[in-house]
Ligand binder design. Structure first.
Ligand code: NAP
Length: 333
């Protein structure tokens, strides 16, 4: 079956997902695109032979559209995800699911009322081969019960519009979701400590450590450095009761010469996670073809919002902030 997809938001990642759906994967065709930028959307639609909309809700209600991808600006996500649920159509929503906890809960309530999963949230690390192998090791019991997860998230630089809170809400959010998924438990409390400032980042609070206490008592320590210059570098290590599992370096080759050895570090997140994005969309299409969704759920989007809110409060006040979440509905068991 070919899944006929409508894409709302044709900016940077929207265009990348359209390329993925039209040039990389089989089993889908992008039949409609929507953006408030009329000129941009028409150019993209012409290139792929899709219909254009300036109103995302009209795209969702197009009877030709089987499933929806939301890659517009974060504050628009709630409206489009709710409209997709109302239309009974599977929807892939880039993170954030919505920009407030309350909005995430409205989406959860709508999906629970609908009675089956339709929403997948764009936490692509869950589809990365190395992280999946790490999770397999944890679940196999090889390293015993996890005690500490150290996650490293380093960006070479960020644009001038990047704020200190974005280090938690936009950057650490991926590590937060990865921690919940790898350790298979919720976060109990969050603290944030800032290191001596990296002066390359001007007034930004950078780098920081986001310290999370998990329900089991395991600790998660996330380094977020967003002006570290040398490369985009992602690291992860879980210490368990009887062993350790570590993400290996990504380079395919190392070069030895002049008494040294060298390898490559990825330049940016697109390069580091390109295969993960492809797998993420392949699995989304497989589920969408059956009229449902798998992968990171609306519950995961809500949990991310609650934990990042706690992180922003912890960074602003210097306090340890308890994480309070609603009970998880059976749909997300
Ligand atoms: P972007 O380049 O600014 O693209 C957003 C696009 O949506 C722009 O073309 C914008 O138009 C358009 N838009 C705004 N309001 C709209 C509306 N009401 N209806 C339709 N289109 C609308 O941003 P981006 O970097 O692609 O990010 C988009 C989303 O993906 C964000 O939520 C971001 O957090 C997420 N993202 C996730 C990852 C990841 O690692 N998973 C990576 C990057 C981005 P204008 O430019 O005219 O406002």
């Amino acid at each position: 079956m070919t899944v006929k997809v409508g894409v709302i938001g044709t900016g940077m990642i929207g265009q990348d997902h359209i390329r993925r759906l039209t040039e990389v994967l089989t089993g889908s065709s992008v039949v409609a695109v929507s953006d408030i930028n009329k000129e941009q959307v028409e150019k993209i639609a012409t290139a792929i032979g899709a219909r254009t909309y300036t109103d995302g809700v009209a795209l969702i209600n197009d009877s030709e559209v089987d499933a929806v991808v939301v890659t517009s600006w974060g504050p628009t996500h709630e409206e489009y995800v709710l409209a997709a649920i109302a239309a009974g159509k599977p929807v892939f929503c880039e993170k954030p699911l919505a920009t407030t906890q309350e909005a995430c809960l409205r989406i959860i309530d709508a999906e629970v009322k609908h009675g089956k999963r339709l929403v997948q949230v764009g936490f692509m690390r869950r589809f990365d081969t190395a992280y999946r192998q790490m999770k397999d090791v944890v679940e196999s019991g090889t390293i015993g019960a996890p005690l500490i997860f150290k996650s490293v998230h380093r960006n070479p630089s960020v644009p001038p519009s990047y704020t200190s809170d974005m280090a938690i809400v936009d950057t650490a959010v991926h590590d937060i979701d990865t921690a919940r998924w790898l350790l298979d438990e919720e976060v109990k409390a969050v603290s944030v400590i800032a290191a001596r400032k990296n002066n390359r980042g001007g007034t930004l609070r950078d780098p920081i450590i986001v310290l999370m206490e998990m329900e089991s008592g395991a600790i998660v320590d996330i380094e977020v450095s967003v002006n570290i210059d040398y490369a985009y570098d992602i690291g992860g290590e879980i210490s368990g009761e009887t062993g350790v599992v570590t993400l290996a370096e990504r380079n395919r080759i190392t070069v030895k010469s002049g008494g040294e050895y060298r390898g490559k570090v990825t330049a940016d997140w697109k390069e580091r996670f390109v295969e993960a994005f492809d797998v993420e969309f392949k699995e989304w299409l497989d589920a969408a073809a059956k009229g449902t969704a798998t992968g990171p759920s609306a519950w995961d989007g809500y949990a991310a919002a609650v934990v990042t809110d706690a992180g922003v409060e912890a960074a602003g006040t210097g306090n340890r902030i308890k994480v309070e979440m609603r009970d998880r509905p059976a749909l997300y068991a």
